[in-house]
Write a protein of this length. Structure first.
Length: 159
């Protein structure tokens, strides 16, 4: 067994991000939009499609499938569904976009409000999380929530 002393690059850090948005759509449509943004409708801030797969049941995987045609079973597991109570609650746990020792928990809570739904997100993480990840995560979640709003309000306008 080899033991090394902790360095700045090996410090355990924590992260907590809390955001919420109002979506002019029903709770059910807003929940569908969360699943779409986390899944096949994911888009990076620069507009690049970033499709993922989410299996919407307890223990279901949330992952990036890099093997659409290659047969090599390549991909990246981002997490598992810990809790799902459609259309009001979704919790995910796992490494998320971090390929280093870290654990993440993301909670989406959806509450009906007059004329729409309040979508609240809480992301907590602990591990060897580099500074650039800690700095970039809030903007990433802002982008994701804005996409949820866009998707939900488009769906609501059609129905």
């Amino acid at each position: 067994m080899t033991t090394t002393a902790a360095t700045d690059s090996a410090e355990i850090h924590t992260l907590e991000i809390r955001r919420d948005i109002f979506v002019a759509a029903s709770q059910a449509i807003a929940f569908e939009a969360v699943l779409e943004e986390l899944g096949p409708g994911g888009v990076l801030p620069d507009g690049t499609p970033f499709p993922m797969k989410v299996e919407p049941w307890p223990g279901g995987r949330w992952y990036r499938d890099l093997d659409e045609m290659g047969g090599h079973k390549a991909g990246h597991l981002w997490g598992h569904v810990q809790v799902i109570k459609a259309p009001s609650l979704l919790e995910l746990v796992g490494p998320m976009p971090m390929s280093f020792p870290a654990v993440n928990h993301v909670q989406y809570r959806l509450k009906p409000e007059a004329e729409g739904t309040r979508v609240s997100l809480v992301h907590t993480a602990m591990g060897l999380i580099p500074q650039d990840f800690r700095d970039g995560m809030p903007d990433g979640w802002e982008h994701g929530l804005s996409r949820v709003k866009l998707i939900a309000e488009r769906k609501a306008a059609i129905k």
